[in-house]
Design a protein around this ligand. Structure first.
Ligand SMILES: Cc1cc2nc3c(=O)[nH]c(=O)nc-3n(C[C@H](O)[C@H](O)[C@H](O)COP(=O)(O)OP(=O)(O)OC[C@H]3O[C@@H](n4cnc5c(N)ncnc54)[C@H](O)[C@@H]3O)c2cc1C
Length: 386
């Protein structure tokens, strides 16, 4: 059976590495289509690129091809342009056609372009070296800025504003939050702790209820209430859609997510799976969810290749998370018995350590596909994410 995986981020890397040992047995070949020649864990990027030793730190969260993907996996550095379900082929932007028996779609969200390098939309970074150069330019832009406008009050906005404010105390940061609160989909205690933390940052001005701001006016000015803000740099911290435009319309719902059943199989197909940010199964889009879904897909792909039906269901429920609040602090929320009580640690060294452990674990899981000992599988895991 020929297995083709589209997207080599968190979910896709887990799937290809987890299936690699079956090449030459139930699986005749695994092809990974991923435009980058390296793997990057988006959930570790913000901390790494603002660190003084960012080159070293970034290489902890990004891995070159030979470390990222098992050598039994054929990597094609291109983008999927379309899928022909009747012919069971995909067409790539480089003109190549690839036939599949089993197809996995893990193409994720349109970045927050390439991690946090948000101010240059459309940049196409393909190699790790080019990415490091881009980060260097980003850092130079920050170093030159006196005023930064940061837009979006979700996880990325909260983590980025905390990081920038502490690392660059002389930069004035305006933080435009579209809603009346930060982290709108999070428990109220988390929202309160995060807000308290940001309100204590002397160089940050929060503006609530701005709606989703676009670019500044023709003079380069944002007018919010009594503020006239002329930023040297604007950073958007909200996603701009999903990478699903190349898929047949029949596979997509109204939000352009891929319609999947409990087995993560695309509705109305056989042997086609979707996972991670693109799958419409869960509202909780995180690295941990992508890993849990990837394990379900890995097992169901194996079942299909062994001429059996998919049998593993996705029952994911996250019970906690750790948010990074600048270089020293993290906010940990853990709900061991869902609905009963939660534990919140803020500003704590322990929370920061837990975060580093969770991040290292997610990167390890991606590179092994859950095939190394105790890390195998989502069941029984501490259901937390970074
Ligand atoms: C800046 C940032 C910070 C984040 N912080 C956190 C955090 O702290 N904690 C957390 O849990 N989650 C965080 N997330 C979210 C988390 O990273 C995602 O939920 C997770 O990566 C989803 O995994 P995925 O496999 O679906 O997609 P991704 O990991 O995004 O991988 C998608 C891959 O598909 C490739 N691709 C795109 N289009 C195509 C195409 N047409 N053909 C082939 N390949 C394609 C991309 O190059 C990419 O490598 C963050 C995300 C971002 C962007």
């Amino acid at each position: 059976m020929k297995v083709v995986v589209c997207g080599g981020g968190i979910g896709g890397s887990y799937v290809v590495n987890g299936l690699a040992e079956h090449v030459g047995r139930e699986i005749s070949s695994i092809t990974l289509v991923e435009p980058r020649t390296y793997f990057e864990a988006p959930n570790g990027v913000l901390g790494a690129i603002h660190h003084p030793d960012y080159r070293r730190e970034f290489q902890v969260v990004a891995k070159n091809q030979e470390w990222a993907w098992d050598r039994r996996v054929k990597h094609v550095a291109s983008r999927v342009a379309s899928v022909d379900p009747a012919a069971r082929t995909i067409k790539l932007e480089n003109g190549e056609d690839i036939a599949y028996d089993v197809l996995c779609i893990a193409t994720g969200t349109k970045s927050l372009p390439e991690g946090a390098a948000i101010w240059r939309p459309g940049t196409e970074i393909k190699t790790l070296e080019a990415r490091l150069d881009e980060i260097e330019r980003y850092r130079a832009d920050i170093a030159k800025s006196k005023t930064i406008m940061l837009i979006g009050g979700g996880v990325v906005g909260v983590e980025l504003v905390s990081e920038l404010a502490e690392r660059h105390p002389n930069v004035r940061i305006h933080f435009a939050v579209s809603d009346k609160e930060l982290l709108i989909s999070f428990p109220s205690i988390t929202r309160r702790v995060a807000r308290r933390h940001i309100e204590r940052l002397r160089n940050v001005q929060i503006h609530f209820g701005t709606g989703r701001l676009g670019p500044p006016d023709a003079d380069g000015v944002y007018r919010i209430g009594s503020f006239e803000i002329r930023p040297d740099m604007v950073i958007k911290c909200f996603p701009s859609g999903l990478n699903t435009g190349f898929l047949p319309d029949a596979w997509l719902d109204e939000r352009k997510q891929v319609k999947v059943d409990r087995f993560l199989q695309v509705e109305g197909t056989s042997g086609v799976f979707a996972l991670g940010d693109v799958a419409n199964i869960s509202n909780d889009k995180s690295a941990k969810t992508a890993i849990d879904e990837a394990e379900v897909v890995r097992r169901n792909v194996l079942a299909v290749c062994r001429s059996r039906q998919s049998s593993v269901r996705f029952n994911g429920a996250r019970t906690g998370f750790v948010l990074r609040l600048g270089p020293r602090e993290s906010l940990m929320y853990y709900l061991p018995f869902i609905g009963l009580y939660g534990i919140t640690l803020s500003g704590s060294y322990l929370a920061a350590v837990v975060r580093e452990i969770l991040l290292a674990r997610i990167i390890h899981q991606c590179s092994t596909g859950g095939t190394s000992g105790s890390l195998k599988g989502p069941s029984g895991d501490l259901a937390m994410t970074t």
